[in-house]
Design a binder for this molecule. Structure first.
Ligand SMILES: [Zn+2]
Ligand SMILES: [Zn+2]
Length: 351
């Protein structure tokens, strides 16, 4: 089978010919139909996260690795103990697979399994930039209903992360005080999921007017370019005195510096950090205490949250966002464009 693999950090992926795995026991073999490309792929490809002050942290331990974690495909073979899974049926794959033995895994938070023990598809084990993917158990497969093939896989990473962060922000009906930073792929999915799951239309912040126009068309109640003068004041005004929650899907030094000031005089402001663009941030300690503010990281989402999200997806409640499709052979150009900030929405690679 054809696979596009990281052989050397940051260097172009190499097209390799590998043996097709044979599923054993509870394993399921999926033929990849489409695989989304998301910002996490940049860090996995680079081999590190930017920790600020020139410091780096490893983003993966395996090399060579077939990347690709937003996988949609069809079942082509099953292990001997798998029942009730039809060959030919198409599924989204939940890629955040843990060791099954640690505290996080036992409590059904497999996405929080440690970096040395996790078996995350496309991150720690081979993923969807290969023609076939071996999945440990059918419990990781989710029906996406009539969702377009090229969009479905994105619900397992960007959609799930958007949903999990929104759930933690816990917006009330008709909430006008939730601000989302990013009008990119993740931000757009978040706007659609906020409408379907929480019946709200958030304010969306970005630095790119074209992306903001797309977010407005997708249902953002207001869109703000954070580079414009008076942007913070405008948001304080729109939220009637300040946000109650800010979800930062970018996670850059500039986005946090901007977003952390959007609470006005509100107490109990909740800053949810999701994106991992990187860097560091200085916190003024008395302000944190005085305003009872919370700075919270949200990493992916649990399998239970995935099930909740996929119920909405399957029922057709989440309006699909447009996805550009490219052939898998264009993977290197796609990653380069994503790194250069040239990709405006979602891109999916088709096998
Ligand atoms: Zn574990
Ligand atoms: Zn992702």
């Amino acid at each position: 089978m054809k696979s596009y693999r990281v052989i050397e950090s940051g260097a172009p992926l190499i097209e390799c010919e590998l043996n097709i795995p044979t599923p054993k026991n509870s394993e399921v073999l999926i033929r990849t139909i489409a695989c989304g490309v998301c910002h996490t792929d940049i860090h996995i490809h680079d081999g590190f996260f930017d920790m600020g002050n020139g410091k780096k942290m490893a983003s993966r331990l395996k090399e060579p690795l077939t990347m690709g974690h937003e996988i949609f495909g069809e079942v082509v073979a099953i292990g001997e103990s798998v029942k009730d899974i039809e060959i030919g049926k198409k599924f989204v794959v939940y890629p955040w697979i843990g060791c099954g033995e640690c505290k996080s895994c036992i409590e059904d938070n497999e996405h929080e399994c440690g970096p040395l023990t996790a078996q995350n598809l496309g991150v720690s084990v081979d993923g969807g930039y290969g023609e076939f993917v071996l999945v440990k158990d059918p419990k990781y497969l989710f029906d996406a209903g009539d969702t377009p093939d090229e969009l479905a896989g994105s619900y397992a990473c960007r959609g799930l992360t958007a949903y999990s962060a929104l759930k933690k922000a816990n917006p009330k009906l008709n909430d006008k005080k939730l601000v989302i930073i990013s009008a990119g792929g993740l931000g757009l999915l978040a706007v659609k999921i906020a409408q379907a799951a929480f019946n709200i239309n958030p304010i969306v912040v970005d630095i790119d007017d074209a992306k903001l126009a797309t977010a407005k068309a997708a249902g953002a109640s207001e869109v703000i370019n954070s580079l414009h003068e008076g942007a913070k004041e405008r948001i304080i005004e729109l939220t009637g005195g300040g946000a109650t929650a800010v979800i930062d899907y970018v996670g850059a030094e500039a986005s946090v510096r901007f977003g952390y000031d959007l609470f006005g005089f509100n107490k109990n402001g909740l800053y949810i950090l999701v994106g991992m663009l990187g860097g560091k941030f200085e916190v003024q300690l008395p302000l944190m205490t005085f305003s009872s503010r919370t700075l919270k990281g949200v990493y992916l989402g649990s399998i239970k949250e995935m099930a909740e999200l996929m119920e909405l997806v399957k029922a057709g409640k989440i309006e699909p966002v447009p996805v550009e499709t490219r052939h898998i052979s264009k993977v290197n150009d796609t990653i380069a464009e994503l790194k250069a900030g040239k990709i405006k929405g979602l891109v999916s690679l088709i096998h």
